[in-house]
Design a protein around this ligand. Structure first.
Ligand SMILES: C[S@@+](CC[C@H](N)C(=O)[O-])C[C@H]1O[C@@H](n2cnc3c(N)ncnc32)[C@H](O)[C@@H]1O
Length: 215
């Protein structure tokens, strides 16, 4: 099938992108890793020995980086609807995070262990129509926040990708209820024209704030 003009443009942009080149040179699976790295270097997301949950992990750049940062005593559990090439030291679950059975599998795998850092880089397939894509992306972010309330250890860290637009302000308020400090980050590797930003919640306060707004 012939490629559309927009996919040609995307390919050209992708090949000339400095972070794509850097990922190749540094042997990372994705350019997305540089978003996490910049946030980590600024805000200190990881510590040695931490337990990390990586939602929307494929192809695995964030998991690879997190593994380097937590070291041998750490634990990484990654989840995606897409398969990934296995990463030694990372436990992977393939499934759609919106499905209860997948959530249950994840809870089982955690086996009562609390998570120190919950990452979500989940993003729905883009239709290009904001009225369709935005609610889907907010929904994934809300599910990640629910998981944070369920699985994070006291003082834990939550980093989630969100798109600015309808529902963003309410989601931001919801995140703030459960954490001592919440900041918005737009790392350099996040394309300027994208509405994507990252919310970073530090100092999880268990039992404080209902995670999802009902109004
Ligand atoms: C931007 S990519 C993640 C890149 C990754 N952080 C990395 O560094 O390699 C977003 C991922 O979210 C996943 N995703 C989207 N919706 C999902 C869902 N409902 N359940 C699980 N994964 C999902 C996609 O399959 C995709 O792999």
């Amino acid at each position: 099938m012939a490629r559309s003009k927009s996919s040609h443009l995307w390919l050209r942009e992708h090949h000339s992108d400095e972070f794509v080149k850097l990922a190749r040179v540094q042997n990372y699976r994705s350019r997305a890793v540089f978003k996490l790295k910049e946030i980590d270097q600024r805000d200190r997301v990881f510590r040695a020995g931490a337990c990390v949950l990586d939602l929307g992990a494929a192809p695995g750049g964030w998991s690879e980086y997190a593994l380097q940062r937590v070291g041998e005593r750490g634990k990484i559990i990654a989840l995606d609807v897409l398969e990934i090439v296995p990463i030694r030291g990372v436990e992977f679950i393939r499934g759609d995070f919106r499905e209860d059975s997948v959530l249950e599998k994840l809870i089982e795998m955690l086996a009562e262990r609390k998570v120190d850092v919950l990452l979500s880089d989940m993003a729905p397939d883009q239709s290009g129509k904001v009225e369709i894509d935005q609610p889907k992306s907010i929904h994934l972010a809300e599910l990640a926040l629910e998981m944070a309330h369920r699985a994070l250890a006291p003082g834990g860290i939550f980093l989630v990708k969100v798109f600015q637009g309808a529902g963003f302000d309410q989601f931001y308020r919801d995140v703030k209820q459960g954490f001592s400090k919440v900041v918005i980050r737009k790392p350099k590797a996040s394309r300027a024209r994208s509405r994507e930003v990252f919310l970073l919640g530090k100092g999880f306060k268990p039992g404080q704030g209902y995670p999802i707004s009902t109004n």
